[in-house]
Design a protein around this ligand. Structure first.
Ligand SMILES: Cc1cc2nc3c(=O)[nH]c(=O)nc-3n(C[C@H](O)[C@H](O)[C@H](O)COP(=O)(O)OP(=O)(O)OC[C@H]3O[C@@H](n4cnc5c(N)ncnc54)[C@H](O)[C@@H]3O)c2cc1C
Length: 491
């Protein structure tokens, strides 16, 4: 039986787009991308809240083979990332092979025919020899587990589904959560609302950001031959030093220990009221949790119309938020900056997957802990590859991850083509070896400090594992080009 396509890619975020481009470059262009949204860009399509921008310099947050000289700032706003996604799907001829507005409901491996049967919400079934899961990790908005949150009579919105039809001017607004999205939204809306009440469970370390408009001279320099590459090299070195090297080599490179002092000094400089400052000071070490980068987040708490509430929320009522001290905070708008379901077995992937013998991927991970060979493949799930699987991401720019994982996948598919193989499956031994090496190396990471228990960090899964790859970007890049293809069975 011939499948409808060689490859089906789930998701047209940058992982899906990047995988598609790499498949085309390798001459493996018979693919279909299925995307729930009506446009490409994933994160940058869905998240449009005021103030959204990258916190990795734009020179690094882009494909190495498609470097833009048009970013308006060193940290581009979200709309430019979305435009960049549109540009990439058009320039590389990917758009016509994306089926927008269609959700994958489930995928099952058909062992008799060595292909995936993928169910769509349109009622169709699509078959493909190979399945690339690019459904993202920060994809499914997480609603807070607060009593009565559905009973609020005013406007409720999650940051990941911002309702631009609502004008917040002059309104009494509450925001629940102080994670990375809240850090960007709060300074943006505080000047226009009547009052902003921020409900904080765990404070975030916030650092200044060298967020500058890109000058004409810099833009010109990027257009001269080699200019963009130099800029990227400098930016990559900065990202590498401050993210993967600081996090994964913490015991040998304790640079991050100094960061708590830097963070506290910044807080002292930015926040006038010592009581508010104390509330905003994290009790956990820098690195346990994703920090924020913003030049006006902390100083926003100096405003008269902004209140920081740290008493736990008891419930939400029709008129607002009630805290455990019995106070009722009446508001017109409730903003949920409560993040995403991350690394939950029912959120990665975002749809049920069943492999050999009908085994569920969620169940495999539930019983065996999150694991994937090189962050890409799981034994028992042939012909399936994930761009952002457990232990794939080192913590630098996602684009480095996408390109490394994409190369891994292309190497497998290329060998399958050359051998006429219809079934490609990572061996259990290779997967066990890789997982053991991840666990062996993790002791040097930043996440195992005692105070991380206080961080409420989404880095930790329910087993207390942090499924980030304890490696540098260079190591991950090198592995994707050098892992032994004999770690896979080609049948
Ligand atoms: C607010 C926010 C800010 C961020 N800022 C940064 C940053 O500064 N730097 C950084 O490195 N990373 C950042 N990230 C992480 C960001 O998610 C990644 O950088 C990158 O965009 C992930 O790309 P992706 O394609 O893997 O996933 P996504 O961008 O999440 O794309 C996944 C796509 O799959 C689609 N999809 C999911 N399930 C299905 C299904 N069942 N059927 C059909 N389609 C489906 C979704 O609709 C989505 O379009 C941020 C994330 C968020 C949410």
């Amino acid at each position: 039986m011939q499948p409808d396509h060689d490859t089906l890619i789930v998701g047209a975020g940058f992982s899906g787009i990047g995988s598609a481009i790499l498949l085309d470059k390798a001459g493996l262009g018979d693919y279909l991308i299925v995307e729930a949204g009506d446009g490409p860009g994933g994160t940058w399509y869905w998240n449009t809240y005021p103030g959204i921008a990258v916190d990795i310099p734009s020179f690094s947050y882009q494909f190495s083979f498609e470097q833009s000289a048009d970013w308006s700032r060193t940290y581009a706003p979200g709309r430019e990332l979305r435009a960049y996604a549109e540009h990439c799907v058009d320039k590389y001829g990917v758009r016509s092979r994306i089926r927008f507005g269609t959700k994958v409901l489930g995928a099952a491996f058909d062992e008799a025919h060595d292909l995936w049967r993928v169910q769509l919400d349109s009622g169709d079934e699509v078959t493909a020899r190979f399945l690339i899961n690019a459904s993202g990790v920060l994809t499914i908005p997480k609603l807070p587990d607060i009593d009565g949150v559905d009973s609020f009579a005013g406007i409720t919105m999650h940051t990941a589904r911002w309702d631009h039809g609502q004008d917040l001017t002059g309104k009494r607004v509450a925001i629940v959560g102080t994670g990375a999205s809240a850090v960007q939204v709060i300074p943006e809306i505080a000047p226009i609302v009547a009052s902003l009440t921020v409900f904080q469970r765990t404070p975030i370390w916030c650092f200044p950001k060298a967020d500058l408009p890109i000058s004409r001279t810099a833009r010109w320099a990027m257009r001269v031959p080699g200019g963009k590459s130099v800029q990227r090299l400098v930016s990559q070195a900065y990202v590498e030093l401050t993210f993967p090297l600081a996090a994964h080599y913490f015991t040998v490179n304790p640079m991050a220990r100094k960061m708590s002092d830097v963070g506290k000094a910044y807080l002292r400089k930015q926040v006038d009221d010592p009581v508010v400052r104390a509330k905003l000071t994290p009790r956990y070490a820098v690195g346990c949790k994703r920090p924020g980068f913003h030049n006006t987040y902390l100083s926003t708490f100096n405003r008269d119309n902004v209140a920081l509430v740290t008493d736990p929320i008891e419930k939400v009522t029709g008129s607002g938020v009630v805290t455990t001290d019995g106070r009722s905070h009446d508001v017109d708008v409730l903003i949920l900056a409560t993040g995403f379901k991350v690394m939950d077995t029912d959120s990665v992937p975002t749809y049920p997957v069943s492999g050999v013998g009908g085994q569920s991927l969620a169940r495999f991970w539930d019983e065996n802990r999150l694991q994937a060979y090189e962050g890409v493949s799981v034994p028992g799930f042939p012909n399936m590859f994930t761009v952002f699987g457990p232990y794939g991401y080192v913590g630098s720019s996602y684009f480095a991850l996408i390109e490394a994982q994409g190369h891994h996948i292309v190497r497998c598919l290329d060998r399958a083509r050359r051998r006429g193989a219809t079934r490609v499956e990572v061996t259990r031994e290779a997967n066990d070896r890789f997982f053991a090496s991840m666990l062996r190396k993790r002791h040097r990471q930043i996440f195992w400090q005692d105070s991380c228990k206080l961080a409420n960090s989404y880095y930790f899964d329910k087993n207390g594992d942090v499924p980030l790859r304890p490696a540098s970007t260079v190591e991950a890049y090198w592995s994707s080009r050098r892992f032994p293809l004999d770690d896979y069975m080609f049948v």
